[in-house]
Design a protein around this ligand. Structure first.
Ligand SMILES: [Cu+2]
Length: 621
């Protein structure tokens, strides 16, 4: 049914940079394994220019061996963009030059994706200000402009693995298909994970996994302006018919299946980043157990060791720092397993709770890989070593409230968030088997909202406590919802989020597709998956909310009879994060059509925080 044409990418630009970078002690072990160019802060400042530009890179098809030229939006010409390294207390001073082409004329506007070449910059996972020229995703950086960005990293900020990428609503998936993403690593001093002797002595390897897509000509087209729903179904065209017969590449640092060398018994620290636009990666290393030391950049209290070959699920946007201790000489593949076919292993956290096949209905138009995908080949050879793994507890970040504090502090507010999908796929059409919100919101998000052509996929993110009122109309059993279910700049979802508060949220998934929940600025401590308590709560800033499970034997399936998936977490609003930001589904195709909400943290006096768009430096050049 899907075209299966996984190809191998071979980033020439990355390789050229690699040739310059490979020097000193890293040269021997990492030779052949690409690492993005590094920009390091000095004297408290990381100063650099990021140029958003369409650049050429070479790609190679693994099945045919054919090498192709692709031409996609990038940062500084490379896939991925450069690695930024800074320390707590530093400031990032970035000039983002948008050298992408002008946006097309006569676009379909409204809630429909538009302005493919407008951009902005998000520092994913950083607990920093969302205002002004800091980590402000409500900002617009138009083609032909230079945009200063200044992000002050608090002196007590956790060290860890973070990343940066564009976040302009409507064009995020497009720009990530091109390769626009890079590591943002906050280095730690004494008392942090980086100073644990067994971690410090481990060679560090960065792996950014990306999903690069183009048409047959190697170019990246924007969405089909005639789309009437998310994915093509029958005669109804989807958003990405433009890529339906295209090529795609799952790359590791811009190259498909690079080779990494290790000595037997050597321990390496891998920083894994799922920077794909929509692909959940079920990552496993043959015959080796992954030792998890941090999730989403946040050090875990105790290293968690998975069984040999057991995968770790990385939703889009998630990171994991893992230690790997090489076994006997041999060749081992680091693989992305089929998310739908590894039910015994696919848990959304390291907890082992509720394994289930992972299912992201990303788009019916986008070719899917033939699993397993080899992300990297690990060659273990040479003289054996016996490097130790950490034995005791790991140093958790001091800037975050302790897990005990998070659990014992009564929440100021308890909230419910709901991921819901309405659509025109066959099983979603009968009134009895669609969600009771669908009728009301189909009326609300009409042909005008979607820029003049009807669009019938509603990927909603709602205030789950906005319950509506019953109505006798079977087409609209619930009406009078008070809030928007799709993203709007105009209004935050809640008017009572105050700095310093502790809150408890449950994010419910009322759809048969996984959604990856991400909230900007403040991480969250997951306490329950599907209502079941985790043995050890886990800090994350991005995590899969498991899909609803259909009632056994149901045919056709009916979402109203399904068991909904959920995450429950505690969160705390850090004083540095006053202002407006967003939470959204990190399946970016979903986010781009509205599966996102603006949030606003107000200061103690309740004065409204500064909204995103005002007073922003943007200069024509
Ligand atoms: Cu989603």
């Amino acid at each position: 049914m899907f075209q299966r044409n996984l190809v191998i990418a071979f980033g020439v630009a990355t390789m050229l940079i690699l040739a310059v970078l490979v020097s000193g002690s890293d040269a021997k072990s990492l030779a052949g394994f690409p690492q993005p160019q590094v920009h390091q802060s000095s004297s408290g400042v990381l100063s650099l220019t990021l140029q958003a530009t369409i650049a050429r890179n070479l790609v190679r098809d693994p099945t045919t061996g054919e090498t192709r030229l692709i031409e996609t939006p990038t940062y500084n010409g490379t896939i991925p963009g450069p690695t930024l390294r800074a320390k707590p207390g530093d400031s990032l001073e970035i000039l983002l030059i948008n050298d992408l082409p002008s946006n097309p004329l006569g676009q379909r506007m409204g809630g429909f994706p538009h302005d493919p070449y407008s951009t902005n910059l998000h520092t994913h996972g950083l607990t920093v200000s969302p205002q002004g020229i800091s980590d402000n995703v409500l900002r617009l950086m138009e083609p032909g402009t230079s945009n200063p960005v200044r992000v002050e990293i608090p002196p007590d900020h956790p060290s860890g693995t973070f990343w940066y990428h564009p976040h302009k609503h409507g064009s995020v998936s497009f720009q990530l298909f091109g390769g626009m993403a890079g590591f943002l690593i906050i280095g730690g001093g004494p008392g942090t994970l980086d100073s644990v002797p067994e971690v410090k002595s481990a060679r560090e390897v960065l792996m950014a996994f990306q999903e690069i897509r183009t048409d047959k000509n190697g170019r990246l087209p924007f969405v089909n302006p005639a789309a009437t729903q998310l994915g093509t179904d029958g005669n109804n065209p989807g958003l990405w018919t433009t890529l339906a017969n295209g090529n795609f590449y799952i790359t590791t640092n811009g190259i498909t299946n690079p080779t990494l060398r290790m000595s037997p018994g050597e321990v390496q620290r891998w920083r894994l980043l799922n920077a794909a636009s929509g692909a959940t990666l079920v990552v496993a290393l043959e015959d080796h157990g992954l030792h998890i030391i941090a999730n989403d950049g946040i050090t875990v209290p105790n290293m968690q060791t998975l069984a040999p070959g057991q995968p770790y699920v990385l939703g889009t946007g998630q990171r994991a720092d893992v230690l790997v201790k090489a076994g006997a000489p041999g060749v081992y593949r680091l693989q992305a397993l089929d998310p739908a076919a590894s039910p015994g292993w696919s848990v959304v956290s390291a907890s082992g709770i509720d394994p289930a096949p992972r299912n992201v209905r990303f788009s019916l138009d986008l070719p899917t890989p033939t699993f397993p995908v080899t992300l990297a080949t690990i060659v273990v050879s040479g003289r054996p070593r016996d490097m130790p793994l950490p034995a005791g507890p790991l140093p958790v970040p001091t800037a975050l409230p302790s897990i005990e504090t998070m659990l014992s502090t009564p929440p100021n507010v308890v909230r419910k968030i709901a991921f819901e999908i309405c659509g025109q796929r066959v099983f979603m059409q009968p009134l009895a088997s669609r969600l009771p919100t669908c009728g009301f919101y189909f009326d609300r998000y009409d042909v005008n909202y979607w820029g003049g052509t009807n669009f019938t996929s509603l990927n909603m993110m709602r205030d789950g406590d906005d319950a509506g009122t019953p109505s006798p109309d079977p087409a609209e059993p619930l009406v009078d919802f008070q809030k928007e279910a799709l993203f709007t700049h105009d209004k935050p979802l809640f008017d009572d989020m105050f700095v310093g508060n502790f809150e408890e949220w449950t994010v419910v998934n009322r759809s048969f597709s996984d959604h990856t929940f991400h909230i900007h600025q403040n991480p969250f401590l997951v306490t329950h998956v599907n209502g079941k308590p985790l043995p050890v709560p886990e800090w994350n800033d991005t995590m899969i909310v498991p899909a609803a499970q259909p009632q056994p034997g149901a045919n056709p399936v009916n979402i109203n009879e399904a068991m909904f998936g959920s995450l429950t977490f505690r969160t705390h609003f850090d004083p540095d994060t006053v202002g407006s930001f967003v939470m959204h589904c990190h399946v970016l195709n979903h986010e781009d059509i509205g599966m996102m909400q603006r949030l606003e943290i107000q200061d103690r006096h309740g004065s409204p925080a500064v909204a995103g768009r005002r007073n922003l430096a943007q200069h024509k050049h």
